[in-house]
Design a protein around this ligand. Sequence first.
Ligand SMILES: *Cc1c(COP(=O)(O)O)cnc(C)c1O
Length: 389
Amino acid sequence: MKKIQMVDLKGQYEQIKERVDASVLDVISSAAFINGPEVHSFQKELEEYLEVKHVIPCANGTDALQIAMMGLGLKPGDEVITADFTFAATVEVIALLQLTPVLVDVEPDSFNIDPEAIKKAITPNTKAIVPVHLFGQAANMDEIMAIAKEHNLYVIEDNAQGIGSSYKFADGKVAKTGTIGHVSSTSFFPSKNLGCYGDGGAIFTDDDDLAHTIRGIVNHGMYKRYHHDVVGVNSRLDSIQATVLRAKLPHLDAYNNARRSAARKYNQAFEGIENIITPKVKGNSCGTSSAIICDTCNCHVFHQYTLRVMNVDRDALANHLNEAGIPCGVYYPIPLHSQKAYQDDRYNELDFPVTNQLVKEVISLPMHTELDDDQINYITKNIIDFVTK
Ligand SMILES: *Cc1c(COP(=O)(O)O)cnc(C)c1O
C-alpha cells in the first residue's frame, strides 16, 4: 500500500506534470511575472466556469475576504455575523478592519452557520453575514439570502473550501457557491480543492461597480496610475500561480468527483457503526436523501471528510491512527468565541451548544484526489476496530 497522505499534492502533480512544467517555464521566459497574460486568462476561464461576471485575483484567501469587506465600504463598529466553527481567517479580517465580529452557532449535521442563530444575532448595527461553505458543502443560502434581504444586509460568501460545489435553491434554481451572495472570496492555497503551488486567492462578484472598486483596492487604491483614490492594499496573484491554476481548472470537476467517490466509500464502510456520524450531504443540489453522496451533482465537494465520533476519546483515536500511519486532523479544536483573540463578554456559552460539542467530536480523515481502495479500507478498518473495541 502507498503511504497515506492527508493531502497528496505530489500524486496529483504527476498527472499534470507535462503541462505544468512547460507553462511555468514559459512564464519564466516571458518574464511577465505580475499581472501577465496568464493571470488575465485564468481570470476569464474562472469567470466562465463559475458563471460569474467578475473574478478579481489576489494574493490569498484571507486577503480576498478582507478586500471584499473593504470594497463594500463597511465601517468600524459595523457588525458582521459569521460562524463560530470555521478557520480563524474569517473572523480575523473582520477584526482587523475594526468591524465587530458576531460569532454564532452552527448546524450539527452540515457544520454550517445556523440561520436561526443569525436571526437572533441581528441588531441595528448588523451590516453583513459571512457564511462559510465549510468542508465543501454550501450553507443554507435560501435562508441566509432571505434574512439578508429582509434586514438589508450584505452576504459575503467565504468559499475557500467550497469551490466547484453547487447549491440548489428551494425554487429549483442551481448556482455555484461563491456566486450567490453580493461578493465572495476563495483561496488557492495548495491543499484547497483548486490549489496553486504557493499562495493565491480571488474575489467574485456580479456587481460591476463593486468589481471596479475592488480592482482598485487590490492595487494600492489606484484606478489611474499614481492616483490613489482610496486606501488599498497590495494583493496580487502572480503569473506562475495563475498558470498552475489554468492547468488544474479543467480538472476541477474531476478532482471533486474523486473526492466525492472517496467520501462515498468512507460513508459505506462506516454504515451501521453506532458511535460514528458520517458527513451528511443535505441534498442541496439534487434533492437526494442526505445519507447518499450522489454522483450527479456537486452538492458537496469534500474539502474535508469529517466524522463525529460519539462516546469515544477522539484524541486517543487520533493518536491511534497516527501510530498506524494514518494522518488525520481536527478541524477545528477550539471554537472561535473561546480563542483569546476573539473572546468577548457579550458571548454566552449557552448560545454555542453545537460548536462546543463539535470541537470534542470531529475528526477529519485523509481526503484528496489520489486515495485508493486499499488505503480507504485500511483507514476505515483501523477506525472501526478502535471505536468498537
Ligand atoms: C483557507 C481558508 C481561508 C484563507 O485562505 P488563505 O489562502 O490561506 O489565506 C479562509 N477561510 C477559510 C474557510 C479557509 O478554509
